[in-house]
Ligand binder design. Structure first.
Ligand SMILES: Nc1nc2c(ncn2[C@@H]2O[C@H](COP(=O)(O)OP(=O)(O)OP(=O)(O)O)[C@@H](O)[C@H]2O)c(=O)[nH]1
Length: 213
């Protein structure tokens, strides 16, 4: 089986969240980054944690039990594209499942599905495309070497989005008819304190449901 890195992106500034780094905000008593990373690790073989240097100690501590490899932004504030490039550069696993740290309901079985698609088809990118046409580039599987190279080219040319790198890559999309099989909240992300509160309510609901089972 092909080795897969789980690359968790946490280098954002959390401006909409407020004063604190949302990666460290607690959901169900656990830092958001740790919760997301734990789910990613259910589908992958090693954890790569991407963040800025000033976040490194706190985030590494939060995920210490998962033994992360830190991938620190050389050029901070280059958006998710910079984070993806930095994260991919930190692993020699042939495939990488890239997930934003603020997606607490990421479905590990969806990541496994995306990995299997990449393995079977040899594609560079297997990316969910939701009903409104939006590419879920921060919950996708990337062929580490080719995507890293393409992302670097976009960054070198002053470019902005991982989507720009897709033009030179073999990209497979996974549509709504397939995505319907997975957790409907898998792409939900936490940007604000209100969204964290809503996620907390959902986790409580799920915990209660489990107690009754
Ligand atoms: N390395 C790195 N990751 C980033 C950067 N910007 C966003 N990300 C990550 O990409 C994912 C999506 O980020 P957003 O929620 O859109 O942005 P954010 O900066 O975290 O939050 P806002 O400041 O509220 O927009 C998150 O996991 C972020 O940590 C960046 O400049 N560098």
């Amino acid at each position: 089986m092909t080795r897969v890195a789980g690359v968790v992106l946490a280098g954002g500034r959390s401006r909409r969240f407020g004063e604190t780094d949302k990666a460290l905000a607690r959901l169900d008593g656990v830092p958001l980054v740790r919760r997301t990373a734990g789910r990613v690790m259910q589908a992958t073989d090693e954890l790569v944690l991407n963040c800025r240097r000033d976040q490194a100690t706190a985030l590494e501590d939060a995920c210490a039990d998962l033994d992360p490899t830190l991938a620190l932004d050389i050029d901070p504030d280059t958006g998710p594209l910079g984070g993806i490039w930095t994260g991919l550069a930190a692993t020699d696993a042939p495939l990488s499942a890239v997930v934003a740290c603020d997606m607490p309901f990421v479905d590990p079985t969806l990541l496994e599905f995306l990995v299997a698609e990449a393995d079977e088809t040899g594609a560079d990118v297997v990316v969910p495309r939701v009903e409104d046409g939006w590419f879920q580039t921060t919950q996708a599987v990337y062929r580490t070497a080719s995507v890293s190279m393409a992302a670097e080219e976009v960054l070198d040319s002053g470019g902005g989005r991982i989507l720009d790198a897709f033009e030179s890559l073999d990209v497979r999309t996974v549509g709504a008819e397939v995505l319907d099989r997975f957790d409907p909240r898998t792409f939900e992300n936490v940007n604000t304190q209100g969204e964290l509160d809503a996620a907390e309510a959902e986790v409580r609901r799920r915990n209660t449901e489990m107690e009754w089972e």
